[in-house]
Ligand binder design. Structure first.
Ligand SMILES: [Zn+2]
Length: 391
């Protein structure tokens, strides 16, 4: 069978499995697996594992004690031909209890439910792209799936970034089926995110009897908050946001402790050192004598760098989309991070947001366009075929 026939057969497979695709989508959306909800996330992984089992993949689980497990599946191809990667995450940003209020529902061609867009729909799309390719006898390249269980919490309690980098090495291309866009934007670059904690220790004292013996951690923090916000460097594309502040126990005492949580967005993976250095300088510079400060890196996801190889892969996606009547995608750079950062660091051209199209992710109004589930499955299958490889 030549490539055109394989594509026709793959598309037919997707068309004839629409109900099955929607029912898997419904099933996994209705499994709760929000931030740090390991049991639920591992259940979702178990369901995806069954599907990958059905196509005969060799499956491994990378287990984490305090984070959702990772799922890795491999389908062999010709030896020495670089493979195709599908990447994503199985957790959602929506905390437990949301399913009761908003189970998977379809209204007017749109599907609703936690994670329907970000990114359970995208995983279903690539699973059926793989199934369709297998049904069409595709064997030109090996296929590997790498799914994380804790992307929405920035892999705070796992080594998922290392696993992504190790597993990605040597592949020809990677498709991350993150949250797709209704305007047909395909993500070729993302800012990184890093979370820091800055703590101040002062000296407690009675506010009425001996305030002069106190050293206010909150007053010190007031200066530091302004110092941190002022680190924002628009030219370098680095922004600092103090998003949480805590401190003190009662208004009748000089507070001896305060802390802030800082979100930093940045474009170049190499800037992380600079950022930590700047925050350490702010921590070390004292405005209220007798207080001490400390900045700590908590967790983060590195930036997805727009390399030439990324743009070449985007071009393949663009052409494939146009030639199959799925519209003309454009290359999009966004502020939110994803694990595409790590396959790119591993040297693999990667395009992101290849999943179902929709909007309002991370909110109760999250939705995805139902037809985009089938369109994206077809686009992914056609892109894999257009990557060529052994015949
Ligand atoms: Zn996501």
């Amino acid at each position: 069978m030549n490539r055109t026939e394989q594509k026709q057969q793959a598309f037919q497979f997707i068309d004839s499995h629409r109900d099955e695709m929607v029912s898997l989508w419904q099933e996994v959306v209705n499994m709760e697996g929000g931030p740090h909800e390991k049991p639920g996330i591992d259940l979702v992984a178990g369901r995806f594992r069954q599907v990958l089992d059905e196509v005969g993949a060799a499956i491994r689980t990378v287990e984490f004690a305090q984070a959702g497990n990772m799922l890795i599946a491999e389908l062999p191809g010709p030896i020495a031909t670089p493979g195709v990667l599908f990447l994503g995450h199985m957790d959602t940003a929506i905390a437990a209890g949301a399913i009761a209020r908003q189970p998977f529902t379809i209204r007017d061609g749109k599907a609703y439910g936690p994670g329907v867009l970000d990114m359970k729909g995208g995983i279903v799309a690539f699973l059926y792209a793989i199934k369709a390719l297998r049904a069409a006898g595709y064997n030109a390249r090996p296929i590997k799936v790498v799914l994380a269980g804790d992307e929405e919490v920035l892999h705070a309690r796992s080594s998922a970034p290392d696993v992504f980098m190790t597993e990605a090495k040597g592949h020809a291309a990677a498709f991350n089926t993150e949250t797709g866009f209704v305007d047909n934007g395909i993500v070729v670059g993302r800012k990184g995110v890093a979370r820091f904690m800055l703590e101040i220790h002062g000296v407690a004292a009675h506010a009425g009897n001996d305030p002069e013996n106190g050293r206010s951690a909150i007053l010190e923090m007031a200066y530091k908050i302004i110092d941190v916000q002022n680190l924002t460097d628009k030219e370098k594309g680095i922004s600092f946001n103090v998003g949480v502040m805590q401190g003190g126990k009662t208004s009748t005492a000089v507070p001896d402790y305060a802390k802030i949580d800082i979100d930093v967005r940045y474009k170049d993976p190499d800037d992380l050192e600079w950022i930590l250095g700047k925050l350490q300088q702010v921590a070390d510079k004292t405005h209220v004598d007798g207080t001490t400060g400390k900045a700590t890196f908590m967790e983060g996801i590195k930036p997805m760098k727009t390399t030439d190889a990324v743009l070449q892969l985007f071009e393949l996606v663009r052409k494939t989309s146009v030639e199959n009547g799925f519209g003309e995608p454009y290359a999009k750079v966004v502020g939110g991070a994803s694990d595409s950062a790590y396959s790119i660091i591993a040297g693999v051209p990667t395009v992101c947001s290849m999943g179902v199209k929709g909007g309002r992710n991370h909110s109760p109004e999250e939705f995805a366009v139902v037809d985009s589930l089938f369109e994206r499955a077809k686009l992914l299958a056609a892109c894999v075929l257009n990557l060529g490889g052994a015949v």
